[in-house]
Design a protein around this ligand. Structure first.
Ligand code: NAP
Ligand code: ZN
Ligand code: ZN
Length: 393
């Protein structure tokens, strides 16, 4: 790594759509389709409803679509923020879930890169404009016209319907946004790679982290534990900052080289000027200034957590005196997500998961908020109740 000099990652082929193969422009009406399939799901009907059984209508696959029978879907803290309305108004009913792994059930007539039976994944994106500079660079998450998230977002190419996520038995996604899950990855343990994995991989890769670099990880939850594993696989020395003394041993078992109790000012002082890059995954507002003091000259702190309310102010002096960068990062593009999956397969990296049933989802949300999960809950979609005869959404 060259500290302070972010380099673009050498990604796989970015998503480029030629005019002949491009779908109708987002403003065009959706192409005529067959009847939708009804899928069983769990979702929220209001910010205070908790998660309840729902039935979702999935569109009949269009020529570029892949119909996926979902096996597992990870539970991300973003699902909690979104379903509980913590990020502002939502469209309800809302089926969350963007860490999807399943098997291809059928493909549209123009799909030749996926076939029925393939093990595939879908992350946080199901579409983007496909033609702005960000999209053409393979950075669909930063689409200048707004990316189409896997749930809760208006899908202009599909009649302005609101996307519904992976706590469901099936989903239909354009082939360009479907990932290949490499052989050898356990499907349930691979599901969290589709958000927690790529969200932590992308900034580490952007900073070209390599052997000898010191990476700090703040918060040992779903994202945090993936950051530890991925940074270790990149050859870094990893320091975990946690508010939970009870996680010390577990952090070492995950591969961390050092663990620091962030509530202990003396321990924080001991880490002064020792770290190159910090990946901050905390889901609640917190003071970043003590972390800036742990960074070396030219160091950087990547904010990944998106708390519902503002954070305490950052001291400009802390940044200026060591030429530090305070940056943010949003998930990752499609090519980079595939690169991350292949990297994880090569290095044997998957998430530590606790598989839950549909009926355990509400309890799992409460446990996640309380920090009581090692380290990602994953829904087994076989436990969803059968779909009803009429769609709720
Ligand atoms: P998580 O599993 O709940 O982990 C969050 C961790 O933050 C906790 O395990 C805890 O670690 C730490 N924490 C400290 N104080 C906390 C508090 N008061 N409340 C909650 N957590 C606290 O969450 P996650 O799924 O990893 O997601 C983390 C954040 O990243 C969320 O805000 C989520 O929305 C956001 N996110 C962002 C992106 C992106 O693209 N930037 C993508 C996915 C998720 P310790 O016990 O070790 O202190
Ligand atoms: Zn997520
Ligand atoms: Zn775009």
């Amino acid at each position: 790594m060259t500290p302070g000099r972010p380099v673009p990652p050498p990604l796989g082929k970015p998503l480029v759509v030629s005019e002949e193969t491009a779908d109708p422009a987002p403003s065009a009406p959706a192409a005529a389709q067959g009847p939708p399939t009804l899928a069983a799901a769990y979702g929220a009907t209001s910010a205070v409803s908790g998660l309840v059984p729902l039935t979702v209508a999935r569109r009949a696959p269009k020529e570029d679509d892949v119909e996926i029978e979902i096996d597992f879907c990870g539970l991300c803290h973003s699902d909690v923020h979104a379903t509980r309305g913590e990020w502002g108004a939502q469209s309800y009913p809302l089926v969350p879930g963007h860490e999807i792994v399943g098997r291809v059930r059928s493909v549209g007539s123009a799909v030749d890169d996926f076939a029925p039976g393939d093990l595939v994944g879908v992350g946080c994106l199901v579409d983007s404009c496909r033609e702005c500079d960000s999209c053409l660079e393979g950075l669909e998450q930063y689409c200048e016209r707004g990316n189409v998230g896997t749930y809760g977002v208006k899908d202009a190419r599909n009649g302005d319907s609101i996307t519904q996520g992976g706590y469901s038995t099936s989903v239909v996604v354009d082939r360009r946004f479907v990932l290949r899950v490499p052989d050898g990855l356990d499907p349930a343990a691979a599901a969290p790679l589709l958000c927690a994995g790529i969200t932590t991989y992308s900034p580490l890769r952007y900073f070209d982290v390599e052997e000898g670099d010191v990476v700090g990880v703040v918060g040992l939850g779903g994202l945090g534990h993936m950051a530890v594993k991925i940074a270790k696989a990149m050859g870094a020395h990893v320091v975990v900052f946690t508010t939970s003394e009870a996680k010390f041993e577990a952090a070492i078992e995950l591969g961390a080289d050092d663990v620091i109790l962030s509530k202990d000012p003396e321990a924080m002082e001991g880490a002064n000027r020792s770290i190159d890059v910090i990946i901050d995954t905390v889901a609640a507002p917190h003071d970043l200034n003590p972390y800036f003091r742990t960074l070396r000259l030219n160091g950087a702190l990547f904010q990944l957590g998106l708390p519902p309310t503002d954070m305490p102010p950052v001291s400009p002096g802390a940044l200026i005196r060591r030429r530090l960068s305070y940056a943010g990062s949003l998930i990752g593009g499609i090519a980079e997500t595939q690169e991350m999956l292949d990297f994880c397969a090569e290095h044997g990296v998957v998430s530590d998961v606790e598989v839950v049933t549909a009926r355990q989802l509400n309890e799992a949300y409460d446990r996640m908020v309380a920090g009581d999960v090692k380290y990602r809950f994953v829904l087994d979609t076989k436990t969803l109740q059968p779909a009803s005869e009429k769609a709720d959404v």
